[in-house]
Design a binder for this molecule. Sequence first.
Ligand code: HPA
Ligand code: ZN
Length: 357
Amino acid sequence: MTRAPLPAAPVPKAELHLHIEGTLEPGLAFRLAERNGVPLPYAGPAELAAAYAFTSLRSFLDLYYATMAVLRRAGDFADLAQAYLGRAAAQGVRHAEIFFDPQAHLARGVPLAEVMRGLGEGLAAGGERFGVSTGLIACFLRDSGPAGALDCLHQLLDYRGQIIGVGLDSAEVGYPPELFADVFAAAAREGLHRVAHAGEEGPPGYIWQALDVLGAERIDHGVRCLEDPVLVRRLAADQVPLTVCPLSNLRLRVARSWADVPVREMLEAGLLVTINSDDPAYFGGYVDDNFQALARELGLDDDTLRQLAANSFRASFLAPGPGRAAPDRLRRAAPDGQRPAAPDPQGRAGTPARDPG
Ligand code: HPA
Ligand code: ZN
């Protein structure tokens, strides 16, 4: 009797653009709602999932912030983190640099101590269980303004050892990166990595500001860079990583159809593209689902998919680079063959993760 071949294992990869609150699956949301006595305005998980029909970033954010109301205690954040790592590992993720939104929890009266303890415990236990190394990146909500971001950074510094960097997310248009110059400068003085969402819905000028005013080491999304050829040359020359999220772009109408998902164009322009899931519980797939969709919808071949996976390790903060210090917890190496052989212009590539000891 002949057997069908086993499906190929997903290619090992790092995930660099993932909001932990965006991994809240409807089933877990309802379990936490019950555990915490927080009502959700839906009859059940299926009805909640049916509400995931977004027309813009804003329409998604409204539901995303409303649903995270069920996250109250450290144990909730720990369950969320462990659930993500289990799913991610099954999709080939070996390393994840994970965003969280402290201000969204503080605004609901959830103490930062609960958030940090829960994420810390969940990532440690899940990382061990599923074989995924992790780092946490705290994002400032741009629509809460620069003063709110500075206040948030000061609170985060009590947990300095638990975070590797800061980011900038939430509603983009009308909140240019330059508003956040001071808080990013303060984060840099603390030795934190800096990344920023830019060029998702906002114009290419926001990407310039993220680079030149905030000192962003990676650009999250960045797909609108293609509107500015000078910017594309800069991003390519400096090999600035772009964390692209195809299923997110489709669900939030950043791209109208697969023909508008510019991964091929970005690769052809010599950009350091990585593929990520953003808010997978809301956007219809985890990171390997994004890889598979690129193969199916854009016809990307196996070599290109392997290149995208290799890029993810190269673009991670595991890779040594100027001013980069890989903390102990990030030392678990990428699998052999996932690090590029040749150094890039920033000297990030070609050596294993720096041993800080
Ligand atoms: N963009 C901006 N902010 C976000 C996103 C996103 O895709 N997901 C969660 N916060
Ligand atoms: Zn995002």
